[in-house]
Structures are given as C-alpha cells and as structure tokens.
Design a protein around this ligand. Structure first.
Ligand SMILES: Cc1cc2nc3c(=O)[nH]c(=O)nc-3n(C[C@H](O)[C@H](O)[C@H](O)COP(=O)(O)O)c2cc1C
Length: 192
C-alpha cells in the first residue's frame, strides 16, 4: 500500500478542508493518506518527521499568510533540518497546496517555499498535472472547475472569508483531490 503523508497547517479551517480533499484523492487512487495537522509552531515535530520518513510521498499544505507559508508549516520545515543532515528524505516524492483570500495573493511564493524545502532535501517535486480550466470566468463564479486560477507548480485555491464548508469551492477541492490522486499513483510507480 502506498503511504502519502499530508503535513499541513490551517489557522481557520480552509486549508484543513483542502487537506481532506487531497486525502480523498489519495484514497481514490488506492493509497493510504496520513493527515498530519500542525497545531502550533512550538509543538514537538518528532512524530511528524517520523511519519514522513515512513511514507512514500509527502504533500505539504499551508494557507498563504503575508505571501508565504504560515508559521506552523515554516516551523515544521525548520525542524526537518534534523533529517536534512542525513538526507533521509532523498528521492521521496513531494507536492503542495495552498489557499488564499485573493486570486493572486502571491500564492506562487508559498509554493516556492515548499519547492525550495523539497529541493534542499533532494526530494522530487511534482505539480498537479491538471491543465488550466478553459472556462468563462463570468459563468464560473461558484468555482466549479479544478485549476480555475491556473497553477502548474502546485494546487492554488481561493477562499472567501466564509465557513470552510462553503469555501474554497467544489472545483478547488476537486483540484486538491486530483493532486492527491496523482501523487499516490506516481509514488506507487516509483516504489515499483
Ligand atoms: C495573517 C494573514 C495573512 C494573510 N495573507 C494573505 C496573502 O498574502 N495572500 C492571500 O491571498 N491571502 C492571505 N490571507 C488570507 C488567508 O490565506 C485565507 O483566509 C485562507 O483561507 C486562510 O486559510 P486557513 O483557514 O486554513 O487559515 C491572510 C490571512 C491572514 C490571517
């Protein structure tokens, strides 16, 4: 069974809703997701580091706060320096997702932070592999389509400041599921 760790932080629940969708995609592909929610920057990350080490792939998730990953995920990244010394995650598959209130919101920079961390560890970064939705944005106001914003680096989504069960919309969640599905399938191939 292909194991996919999903390490994420969520201040107000929107990234958490997306993480659930990513996990559903992993399951859809026959993989086993392990949802690891970071509660605060000061927690003991030892069990999370061990869980990632024991997984075939890792997917990082964070809201975009001030144009970058939120501090919870940043703290986990710093804690992972312990693994970096032995290059223990070398050749592991990695991917990421984020959510912001703006359509732009400098969210690519959040993904770049995840990519740099993954490259420092010698991991293999994968984008979602989902083409930009060819949609009329005036008729997609409800956000029914995956990749409506158009991101190739990772899953970029948008949420209004409403409850996480309302936003991000269904298309954004499906985008997250498609990433989970892809990573589980690719990890299984790499394992074989
Ligand atoms: C401190 C702070 C900074 C934020 N900075 C950005 C930003 O740079 N770009 C953006 O698009 N949204 C920004 N937002 C909005 C959040 O990304 C958005 O509300 C997101 O849905 C929060 O996810 P969460 O519920 O998982 O915490 C910011 C929100 C907060 C609280």
């Amino acid at each position: 069974m292909t194991k996919v760790a999903i390490v994420y932080h969520s201040g107000y629940g929107h990234t958490a809703a997306l993480a659930e969708a990513v996990a559903a995609g992993v399951k859809r592909a026959g993989g086993t997701p392990n949802l690891l929610r970071i509660e605060n920057a000061a927690q003991d990350f030892g069990p999370f580091l061990d869980a990632v080490s024991a997984s075939d792939a890792v997917i990082f998730g964070a809201p975009t706060y001030m144009g970058d990953v939120s501090v919870g995920l940043r703290a986990f990244f710093e804690a992972s320096s312990k693994i970096w010394f032995t290059q223990g995650w070398k050749d592991k598959l990695a991917a990421g997702f984020t959510v912001g209130a703006s359509f732009g919101g400098n969210k690519d920079h959040t993904l770049m932070s995840m990519i740099v961390l993954s490259m420092q560890h010698g991991m293999i970064w994968s984008g979602p592999g989902v083409p930009n939705a060819q949609i009329n944005r005036n008729t997609d106001a409800g956000g029914a389509h995956p990749n409506r914003i158009g991101s190739a680096l990772g899953v970029v989504t948008q949420a209004d400041n409403a409850a996480p069960d309302v936003t991000p919309p269904a298309g954004d969640k499906e985008f997250g599921s498609l990433l989970g599905e892809r990573i589980a399938k690719l990890a299984a191939k790499l394992k074989a």
